[in-house]
Design a protein around this ligand. Structure first.
Ligand SMILES: *[C@@H]1O[C@H](CO)[C@@H](O)[C@H](O)[C@H]1NC(C)=O
Ligand SMILES: *[C@@H]1O[C@H](CO)[C@@H](O)[C@H](O)[C@H]1NC(C)=O
Ligand SMILES: *[C@@H]1O[C@H](CO)[C@@H](O)[C@H](O)[C@H]1NC(C)=O
Ligand SMILES: *[C@@H]1O[C@H](CO)[C@@H](O)[C@H](O)[C@H]1NC(C)=O
Ligand SMILES: *[C@@H]1O[C@H](CO)[C@@H](O)[C@H](O)[C@H]1NC(C)=O
Ligand SMILES: *[C@@H]1O[C@H](CO)[C@@H](O)[C@H](O)[C@H]1NC(C)=O
Length: 403
């Protein structure tokens, strides 16, 4: 009886409240769609639709309310486009269709394919496809032998983007990095699937620099280069439930080549899986290098499936031949407070744990806790090698700890 009258009262009350909230929302921030088709997009997959997208963005950005740039389920061709703020309201970029990048070499050497800049409160999502058409461009990448090479464009670039999210997208065959973050704050990336062939050059999954409070979760990254890399000025980065490989693993660095004193700190990588990757968890610093610090880095609950170099700290990183003789110089990047905890699975190289720190600045407080990495190959059991490291190990240690 009491229950019944309570319901009788509460239901209309809820109704009243929800329509009230809706009404208030409706007045203070109405939602408006800006469909690129209404701005002259051709959507035949060949004609350059860039201008239509830019015009739709520009109107959406001017609008005082919740703007939705709408990209319907069709195929568009886009040249390099930069969507800039600041805007007058919250922005969403809803990609339902497929965006294709140019295959014309005249359009290859730019920083960005699709860029977002100086925007607060942006959402990019929609379950659509970003097709970088990298096959046409990769042969133009000579960065493996030319340190002054011209770079191919990143598929998505976020510069100075804050309080935003990117989710539910597919990025395939990026010409260069799939997603690049620079000077971003409070940005969540989730449910993104990135693919490019194992042999494709510099197709990093997500590359982060000078950014604070970034969360990456529930994503699958299968590329030719780093799964996720974090360079100078990356702070408070949380990576959760990401599957990597093929590719070069999750990497802090390379650090110390430029940007004196730009620290990397507060990196947490949990619950990730590496499948057939060329590296697992890696911290690399250039040698020789400028002074900086990488600290408070935790790798926890990680599974390695047939991955080379599952645990690797390399302070002698020097990919270009002749840039410095190995062992002749020392990195000045201080690595400290690094924990590897519950890392298990199969290494495809015999040295499953390899911690090579700088003679100049040995690593401090490195912890190995519950490691179980077996070697899947001939020539003996898995090994751990350490040099210039201060730290400790607890729990099970397979291979036998070197700390
Ligand atoms: C924002 O709104 C103001 C007027 O309230 C306007 O002058 C300005 O051009 C608008 N656009 C952008 C992109 O800020
Ligand atoms: C990012 O995710 C965290 C926790 O999942 C949440 O608290 C935060 O509001 C999110 N930020 C944005 C901008 O969506
Ligand atoms: C270490 O980094 C994590 C984020 O990954 C942060 O929550 C924590 O407060 C940091 N600890 C210290 C001592 O700075
Ligand atoms: C860890 O990963 C599993 C499977 O991918 C998922 O179900 C679980 O929610 C994840 N846990 C956390 C804390 O993210
Ligand atoms: C061991 O290596 C072989 C060949 O690389 C591979 O096919 C097999 O799946 C690996 N076994 C495990 C348990 O990873
Ligand atoms: C280590 O992992 C293997 C499987 O990869 C398992 O058979 C073994 O029991 C584990 N050892 C310990 C001490 O947990």
């Amino acid at each position: 009886m009491i229950m019944k009258s309570f319901c009788v009262m509460i239901v209309p009350l809820l109704f009243f409240l929800s329509s009230f909230v809706f009404f208030v929302n409706g007045v203070s921030s109405p939602r408006k769609f800006f469909d690129v088709m209404n701005y002259g997009a051709v959507a035949d997959g060949k004609t350059d639709d860039s201008q239509a997208f830019l015009k739709a963005w520009s109107d959406a950005c001017e609008y005082h309310g919740r703007s939705r740039v709408w990209i319907p389920r069709r195929t568009f061709m886009l040249n390099s486009v930069n969507f800039e703020g600041p805007c007058n309201g919250s922005m969403a970029f809803l990609i339902k269709g497929t965006l294709k990048a140019s295959t014309d070499p005249r359009n290859f050497f730019t920083e960005t394919w699709i860029g977002f800049k100086y925007i607060d409160d942006l959402t990019v999502k929609g379950s659509g496809y970003l097709d970088g058409q990298g096959q046409a461009a990769w042969p133009y990448n000579d960065c493996y032998r030319n340190p002054n090479c011209k770079h191919l464009p990143a598929t998505l670039r976020f510069d100075f983007v804050t309080n935003s999210k990117v989710n539910h997208l597919r990025s395939i065959n990026s010409k260069n990095t799939h997603i690049n973050l620079f000077a971003c704050r409070n940005l969540n990336i989730s449910k993104i699937r990135m693919t490019a062939p194992e042999s494709s050059p510099n197709t990093d999954g997500i590359h982060i620099g000078l950014s604070n409070n970034i969360k990456i979760s529930r994503s699958v990254i299968q590329t030719g280069d780093d799964c996720i890399s974090m360079v100078s000025g990356s702070r408070n980065i949380e990576i959760n439930d990401v599957s990597c490989g093929p590719g070069h693993g999750i990497s802090v660095g390379s650090l110390g080549r430029s940007h004196v004193g730009d620290y990397v700190e507060g990196i947490s990588i949990r619950n990730c899986t590496f499948k057939g990757a060329d590296n697992g968890l890696r911290i690399k610093t250039w040698s020789p290098s400028l002074y900086s610090v990488a600290s408070n880095i935790t790798f926890e609950d990680i599974v390695m499936q047939n991955t080379a170099n599952p645990i690797l700290i390399d302070q002698q990183y020097c990919p270009f031949s002749g840039c410095q003789t190995k062992g002749k110089s020392s990195s000045r990047v201080q690595i400290q407070d690094v924990t590897f905890k519950n890392i298990r699975g199969v290494s495809s190289t015999q040295v499953a744990v390899n911690i090579q720190c700088s003679e100049d600045r040995p690593c401090k407080n490195v912890k190995l806790i519950d490691i179980n990495l077996t070697y899947n190959g001939t020539g003996g059991q898995a090994m751990a090698l350490c040099s210039h490291v201060f730290g400790s190990s607890y729990g099970k240690q397979i291979p036998k700890g070197c700390l």
